[in-house]
Write a protein that binds this ligand. Sequence first.
Ligand code: NAP
Ligand code: HSE
Length: 428
Amino acid sequence: MGVKLGILGLGTVGTGTVQLLQDSAGRHPLLQEIEIYRVGVRSLDKPRAVELSTEVLTTDLESIVNDPAVDIVVEVMGGLEPARSLILKALSNGKHVVTANKAAIARFGAEIFTTANQAGVYVMLEAAVGGGIPVIQPLKQSLSVNRIHTVTGIVNGTTNYILTRMQTEGSNFDDVLADAQRLGYAEADPTADVDGLDAADKIAILASLGFGGRINLQDVYTEGIRQVSKTDIAYAEKLGFVIKLLAIAKRDTPSSPLSVRVHPTLVPQAHPLASINGVYNAILVEGEPIGQVMFFGPGAGAGATASAVTSDILNLVAVLKTNTAVANPLLTCGHQEYCQIAPMAELITRFYARFLTNDQPGVIGKLGTCFGNYGVSLESIVQTGFQGELAEIVVVTHDVREGNFRQALAEIRDLEAIESIPSLLRVL
Ligand code: NAP
Ligand code: HSE
């Protein structure tokens, strides 16, 4: 008996998935047991890159999740609603669900997994983070015996593409964004990518898996890349860093609160994440006893994402074939508790700051004194050049408590010699 799929969405990911399933030779033999039974779309008139019979395509997505013949629902339509309601209905109707929808999982994961557990079915989401990169299953299974300390990712291809081009071409953010939009690397509305929201959804999911608890998305500190300037990229390079949008989840000890955040970060040039360029994604997992493991690959695109979606489908086909009523604890999500998230003021990190000051004697001394008043120790302080009449001073701190650093900055802002503080970035 074949396994019947109901696919919600036939866009980039849906089309890639159908193409992969329709071309199964040389792949896992279980793929041949899968039937593309229904595919839900918005418009029946749109030209499609795949051939499907007219009985398969429908605009009635409710009918797919309510159809008793459908075994697995593959949600690749995106967005919050009706995706959330359709996923919940499919689960309540006893269907396993595969989804690529990080936005829905990051916001509604609690009710989605509770519904799945109650119905005795699984929700699989390999494609939701890192596109084609296998990272969800490794965190759930292969790495789950480790005590995870840190998950650090470049999980948004659009912003990595923009930052890479700014770095290599010395261009402005606005110019590269406009060009990326023209070339199709950035959406017409780039907000979710460039403001870090997409990366926040993804690190919330990775943190939940890595640290074994639910994450409240509102607790994820999120800063995007709009304020990253070519000036800072050039200074960072001189100091031995590249600037990357990092999504970080970190816990010092099993009993300490988690730090979960997304922000542009100066990454030492020798760090494994520093060389991840263009649209590529990478996720570095650090744990005990394994040490460091890095996952690298294409974070988006039809084929890559279809690979992740289809591997989830395959796992579920295997589950259906074994026909056991006992839930597999490595596939379910049993987290009930929310992780405690540390406030950003408690974060211990290095900072990079750029100051524009009047060119007068003693400014560097005053800066140093203000930082010293709050226990902020400086790794380097250099007057690097001028912008018009104003001197430009760049500071890199040692590890400091973010709250102390901010207090020092408040005092520095009041110094007469300080014209402005155009940039503040964290350093890995
Ligand atoms: P997409 O190209 O915009 O395709 C969306 C598909 O869903 C279209 O076929 C559309 O129908 C259908 N659809 C959307 N809303 C609908 C509604 N209300 N009723 C009926 N059909 C509806 O999206 P995508 O890029 O494939 O992304 C899908 C999901 O995968 C998203 O959650 C995204 O975040 C995730 N994802 C995407 C990538 C990637 O590389 N694109 C990578 C990782 C994860 P029509 O075709 O008729 O318009
Ligand atoms: N907008 C996402 C990115 C697509 O740029 O990485 C994959 O989630």
